[in-house]
Design a protein around this ligand. Structure first.
Ligand code: NCD
Length: 343
């Protein structure tokens, strides 16, 4: 959620629509509205274009030279960590990191509250990923109770939410459909472990900003989208259907968002019982996909996308990965109120 400090204190879940709003924490994707999404996509593109020239790169580099960011990633991460780290560096923001609690004072018994408060003493923004759901929201509440709060960005919390991934996914969809009327009216398939995949959950929450989008969930029986997201979609009147058969729906998709089995959450190896061949994209599936359909994946991938797909122009996941860096620059610019400097 993008929220002003006052809103956090008063209501927690206030919606933000204005591109000019002073923004604070990034926690819950549900509060993003169309104007802000369009604004962030535009900003990401401006930054991407600027960074192409030495003069533009220098301009960006000098924007936030006096700012510092903390990357507090206690759950494994490659892309989100690296893209945030590089996004900070593109803007001249210096970074500190903790990626392992066992080498922080938390191992001496320091509370989460004290750890977060300590980080905030040194930096201007805390970007955090945690195994436990709700940790970033908890950090935000701690911030809102102290004298010098800094923004908290949720870079993935448990199997619940991953708001900045959803933003970069929107940017990727928006760019991919820029010549075809944008995201409105598109049919988007989401496939794989939808129950525990936080990226697809967050992305569903952003769909209400687009008109006539249809979602098709393709998942093995025990890994279907959870009721909380489906209730939200029903409330927002976003059409969705569920199936366990990719081939039945593949020809009508404009985008297929593939996810891996999130086996790290298994209680008893339940991922191993799935016949993954039913939820895989390879040569046969490419032949069934529309000529201008796209394939996305938050990565890392398992066997669900055959590397043979990489060479197909409809494979969008490597671009999606790079889009993540530009979107995260845009998020930081917005948060630090430096947006006007690149307009
Ligand atoms: C995702 C995540 O961490 O949830 N990865 C990412 O941030 N790009 C998806 C995943 O791990 O499957």
């Amino acid at each position: 959620m993008w929220v002003t400090k006052e809103v956090v204190q008063e209501q927690g879940q206030q919606e933000q629509s204005s591109s000019n709003t002073t923004l604070f924490h990034v926690l819950d994707p549900r509060v993003f509205k169309r104007q802000l999404l369009d604004n962030l996509c535009g900003l990401a593109t401006r930054v991407r274009m600027l960074a192409k020239s030495p003069a533009g790169a220098k301009l960006l580099q000098d924007l936030a030279l006096n700012r510092r960011a903390m990357l507090y990633f206690t759950q494994p991460s490659t892309r989100t960590f690296l893209s945030f780290n590089n996004a900070c560096h593109i803007l001249g923001i210096r970074t500190s990191e903790i990626r392992d609690r066992s080498i922080s004072s938390e191992v001496k018994g320091e509370s989460f509250e004290d750890a977060i408060r300590t980080f905030s003493s040194y930096v201007d923004v805390i970007i955090m990923r945690s195994q436990e759901p709700g940790r970033a929201a908890q950090a935000a509440r701690i911030m809102d109770s102290i004298e010098r709060p800094v923004p908290i960005i949720d870079a993935g919390s448990g199997s619940e939410q991953h708001p900045t991934q959803a933003l970069l996914d929107i940017y990727t969809l928006d760019r991919s459909f820029s010549q075809r009327g944008g995201i409105d009216g598109k049919v988007i398939g989401m496939m794989g472990d939808l129950r525990r995949g936080r990226t697809v959950r967050s992305l569903c929450y952003l769909m209400r900003s687009y008109t006539n989008v249809r979602l098709i969930f393709i998942a093995p029986k025990n890994f279907s989208m959870r009721d909380d997201v489906k209730t939200h979609l029903n409330e927002q009147e976003i059409a969705f259907v569920e199936t366990d058969c990719l081939s039945e729906v593949l020809p009508e998709l404009d985008a297929l968002y593939v996810t891996r089995m999130q086996s790290e959450w298994d209680q008893e190896g339940e991922s191993n019982d799935i016949d993954l061949s039913q939820y895989t994209v390879g040569k046969k599936q490419l032949a069934m996909l529309k000529p201008n359909g796209i394939i996305m994946h938050p990565l890392p991938r398992g066997p669900e996308i055959d590397p043979i797909v990489d060479a197909d122009p409809r494979a969008m996941y490597w671009r999606q990965e790079r889009n993540g860096m530009w979107m995260r620059v845009a998020i930081l610019l917005k948060l630090l109120q430096l947006e006007e400097s690149v307009s």
